[in-house]
Design a protein around this ligand. Structure first.
Ligand code: ADP
Ligand code: MG
Length: 306
C-alpha cells in the first residue's frame, strides 16, 4: 500500500464536524472557528522506543498520542475540536496502521475530535505527532500563572496509578486496572470545562504531581504547602504496593493525566472528583508534609523539586 491508499483507507472520513469546511484531501484544511473564542494549540510526539516500552502495541500508541494532547487542552479549560497527524512509518505493516488508527479514533471519539489533515512519510524510526486545536472563551482559559496565596491546591481523580502500571509492565507483571491507567489515560476534559473561569491556575499531571505542581507554582510566583496523606490514591494502588511505594508513585509518578489546580474553594464547590491537598503560600517552593512534619524530599528519595 502506498501512502495515498493508507490515508484514504485509515485516516479519511473522520473530519465531519460543524467547523470543518474542507478536511482531508485538499492542500490544507479549512476550519471555521466559533466566533469570539480563543484557540488553544497543542502538540505532542511519540517516538518509537523512546516514549513507550517496546511491548506496547499500535492501538495503545494511537490512543495515547491523542489522549496526551486532549489532556493539555483540558488543562487549559478548553474543548478539543480538530487535530492533524504527522505519521512517520519505519516498516510497520498495514495491520499496524489499522490498529494505530483504531486507537487514535477511540481516544478522539468521546469529544468528536475531527482529524482534518496530516502527513504520512517513511523514515528510520516510527514517529507519531498529533497537533490539536481547542476552543475556550478568552477570559475563562486556565493558565499556570494565576495561583495566589490562600488558594487551595486540588487534584482530580487519583494519582500514581499510571506509574505503578508502567512499573508492572516493565517487570513483566500485570494488574489490569493499574496498567489500563497507563495505557488508556482519561483526560479530564469535563472537569477542565467546569473549572474554566473558576480555578485560578491549572496544569495536567504528566511528569508527576510534585514536579508539575512545582511548575505551576513557579509560573505563578508563589509556593505551596501540601499534605502527602491527603493525595488521593486508588484502592488498586494501595492493594498492590507498600505505603511507601504508593506515596512515591503518587508524588513523583507521571502519566496520570489528572489535573492539578488551585482555586478559592468556594468557586469550585460542587465540581465532582476533586480533592484538596494543600494551600498556596507566598514563599516560593513546594513544601510536602507527612503527619504535619516537613518531608526532606532528598532523604525520602524524591527528585529534588523545591
Ligand atoms: P500534500 O502533498 O499537499 O502535502 P499529501 O499528499 O501529503 O498532500 O496529503 C493529502 C491529503 O491527505 C492532505 O489533505 C493531508 O492533510 C491528508 N493527510 C496526509 N496524511 C494524513 C494522515 N496521516 N492523517 C490524516 N490526513 C492526512
Ligand atoms: Mg504532505
Amino acid at each position: 500500500m502506498d501512502e495515498f491508499d493508507l490515508i484514504a483507507r485509515y485516516f479519511s472520513g473522520h473530519d465531519k464536524d460543524d467547523g470543518v469546511v474542507v478536511g482531508v484531501g485538499d492542500d490544507g484544511a479549512l476550519l471555521a472557528p466559533t466566533p469570539g473564542v480563543m484557540q488553544v494549540q497543542v502538540i505532542d510526539t511519540i517516538v518509537e522506543h523512546v516514549h513507550f516500552p517496546a511491548s506496547i502495541g499500535p492501538e495503545d500508541i494511537g490512543y495515547r498520542v491523542v489522549a496526551v494532547n486532549v489532556s493539555d487542552i483540558a488543562a487549559m479549560g478548553a474543548t478539543p475540536r480538530w487535530m492533524t497527524l504527522a505519521l512517520t512509518l519505519s516498516g510497520q505493516d498495514e495491520q499496524w496502521v489499522a490498529a494505530f488508527a483504531r486507537g487514535l479514533f477511540a481516544a478522539a471519539a468521546p469529544w468528536n475530535i475531527a482529524l482534518v489533515g496530516g502527513d504520512t512519510t517513511s523514515g528510520s524510526t516510527m514517529v507519531a505527532t498529533v497537533h490539536m486545536t481547542g476552543e475556550v472563551e478568552a477570559d475563562k482559559a486556565l493558565l499556570r500563572s494565576g495561583a495566589r496565596p490562600g488558594d487551595t491546591v486540588f487534584v482530580t481523580g487519583t494519582v500514581g496509578d499510571a506509574a505503578a502500571g508502567l512499573s508492572l509492565i516493565e517487570s513483566g507483571d500485570d494488574d489490569s486496572e493499574l496498567v489500563a491507567r497507563f495505557l488508556r489515560p482519561t483526560p479530564r476534559v469535563s472537569t477542565g470545562l467546569l473549572l474554566a473561569g473558576r480555578a485560578s491556575a491549572a496544569i495536567d499531571v504528566s511528569d508527576g504531581l510534585a514536579g508539575d505542581l512545582a511548575k505551576l507554582l513557579a509560573a505563578s510566583g508563589v509556593g505551596a504547602d501540601i499534605d502527602i496523606e491527603r493525595i488521593p490514591q486508588s484502592a488498586a494502588l494501595r492493594a498492590r504496593f507498600t505505603p511507601a511505594d504508593c506515596e512515591r508513585f503518587a508524588l513523583t509518578g507521571g502519566d496520570d493525566y489528572e489535573l492539578c489546580f488551585t482555586a478559592n474553594p468556594a468557586r469550585v464547590a460542587g465540581v465532582p472528583g476533586v480533592t484538596p491537598i494543600g494551600v498556596v503560600t507566598e514563599t516560593a517552593g513546594l513544601v510536602c508534609r507527612r503527619d504535619g512534619r516537613i518531608v526532606d524530599v532528598d532523604d525520602a528519595g524524591y527528585r529534588h523539586f523545591a
